[in-house]
Design a protein around this ligand. Sequence first.
Ligand code: ATR
Length: 273
Amino acid sequence: MATPDRYGLIGHPVAHSKSPAIHGAFAAQTGQNLTYEHILAPLDGFVATMQIFIEQGGKGLNVTLPFKLEAHALADTLTARARMAGAVNTLKMADGQILGDNTDGVGLVTDIESNAGVTLSGKRVLLLGAGGAARGAILPILNARPTSLTLVNRSPDKANALASEFSAFGPIDASAFTALQGVFDVVINATSASLGNELPPVPAHVFGTTTLAYDMMYGNEPTVFLQFAKQQGAKTRDGFGMLIEQAAESFFVWRGVRPDTQKAFPELRASAT
Ligand code: ATR
């Protein structure tokens, strides 16, 4: 058998990541001959670590915290979605060039539409947060043609600036939490509040009984945001599906083959919790 192509996840820390299990499952399912490993880079050593990986023949990397901005800066070419996200989570080495891509936002939209079964077209969407996670989601959400996308952030200036930046791409506006009006069809938590078990100051009235409340974070227990949304009668979904779908999109960028995430999902979820 030919030597497998080498891929990995570069970050600091990385040991906790499920990505090797996910890509291992995808490779087994599609018959692709590859390996996928954790690559711990020192905080000041992203470029050097990546260069060694490339010199050794590495074909592609996923990039996680805190290196997504550095990866964006050093890629030779960027996809449109990576350029607008301002961050890169996928690097592909080919023909002596480094392509930078971002599959996070598409992973989110695919999970909402294909797995949760909620089409974004014609819907009112509310996005909480204005950091890197929110920024990466905006273009893929607008490409799914919602009626409106409202950004809301604790520091409203950041939401205003993001909404202006993306105004040419679709119907986007910004609001303060206290100024939000009415019910939304989809409410996505892209803040980092769940990491500290905190609830963003989102008013209860944004959730109706048909609202999908989505938290980009996931864990063994529902986040406080999802618990709050459920108390208001909303449907809830955590970010595990987004993790799988962004991985599937990276796999497709590298290999030109799309894994069947529906098949891989139950096995991966069971091993993650
Ligand atoms: P990431 O890359 O994960 O998006 P980030 O760029 O540090 O991380 O952004 C964190 C986001 O979570 C910001 O929108 C932040 O709001 P501020 O801009 O007002 O700081 C938001 N956030 C973090 N903790 C929060 C909390 N407890 N309640 C509401 N928003 C919170």
